[in-house]
Design a protein around this ligand. Sequence first.
Ligand SMILES: NC(=O)c1ccc[n+]([C@@H]2O[C@H](COP(=O)([O-])OP(=O)(O)OC[C@H]3O[C@@H](n4cnc5c(N)ncnc54)[C@H](O)[C@@H]3O)[C@@H](O)[C@H]2O)c1
Ligand SMILES: [Zn+2]
Ligand SMILES: [Zn+2]
Length: 369
Amino acid sequence: MKIRAAVLEEFGRPLEVQEVDLAEPKAGEVLVRLVACGVCHTDLYTASGADPSGYSPTVLGHEGAGVVERIGEGVGSLAPGDHVVTLFSPQCRECAHCLDARTNLCLAIREQQSQGYLPDGTTRLSRDDEPIRHFMGTSTFAEYTVMPEIALAKIAPEAALDRACVFACGLSTGIGAALNTAKVEPGSTCVVFGAGLVGLGAVVGCRLGGAGRIVCVDPAETRLELARGQGATDTLTGGPEAVEQIVELTGGFGADYTFEATGLVGVMRQAVESARMGWGLATVCGVAGKGETLDVVPRLLITGRRVAGSSFGGVKGRDQVPQFVDRYLAGDIDVDPLISHTLSLDEVNRGFDLMHAQDGIRSVISFDA
Ligand SMILES: NC(=O)c1ccc[n+]([C@@H]2O[C@H](COP(=O)([O-])OP(=O)(O)OC[C@H]3O[C@@H](n4cnc5c(N)ncnc54)[C@H](O)[C@@H]3O)[C@@H](O)[C@H]2O)c1
Ligand SMILES: [Zn+2]
Ligand SMILES: [Zn+2]
């Protein structure tokens, strides 16, 4: 079928919205009609050429939500009409990692996915019979996409898809970092560095975990305001004194749980340094620049601080994304303030501009717009 999609032709150039071909889903695959898709830093990072593993041409986009249109042979968990959120982090439910509660890093399709292919090593996207590679196994800056069944989370049909799409990446990453990776305990003191979608998600996760105190750190006052709306009890504007301020705020010891959601290694270090001696756990969510390293004084670890990393918040997507969406429907998670702009597919590059300008938390492409 012919679809319209935003194609990355050349790094550092605007995406080009154009008509491309999309083949029917093969065995184990699903054709999804996209209804909404968030515009995320990872899309911009790849489009800019900064990601050394990037490739082109490809159709970007990975924060999609839509409706199942058709299913390929052997697909048993989804049917036409089902509402789904796309997962760049799949869940096959069979590999050693899927069967282990300690990780969400499914091993099933990693290699093919990272090279831009569907699990059988081919693409469904093409143009003039030349293949166009998929991006993150999702390619959701498009009217339709074909994805593996194991990379789609079936969600409640009542959930608005232009809200549900933020659970495809940043929001679930933050919530999961608090609930899955750190396992925040009721009454505890938490600090979240960064109040973008990931950091605000961590604030939400700390609140859902019953934290007694949630300190959010971000230089942007507008974002701190949003953090208060999501449950932050204290806010700080960050900078070199942040650790000292946090230690002071926490009776001289530091926090039970700290979260880094900035991608800055200096802030990751602050997250470790502001964790409490004895048991403080620093959870790193941000993606650092190529070659950057985290500098930590070992004494901080010997005296009981721990460091953890979290990919997609440790969320096993097919199981847990639908649960998060249910909590949104139940009124436990306030998604509306996180969505600042609604764009059409043709305006996708404006989504990147808004992100550069730190204008709002998320721009969402609406395919009905
Ligand atoms: N681990 C994962 O699976 C995963 C998933 C999605 C995104 N990420 C990464 O998480 C990070 C955050 O993503 P986002 O979408 O929320 O980004 P964002 O750019 O919207 O938010 C980052 C925030 O950090 C703030 N900040 C800058 N300097 C700071 C400082 N010194 N102290 C405190 N805050 C500071 C900025 O003002 C901004 O609000 C990025 O590195 C992104 O690549 C990771
Ligand atoms: Zn994302
Ligand atoms: Zn798996």
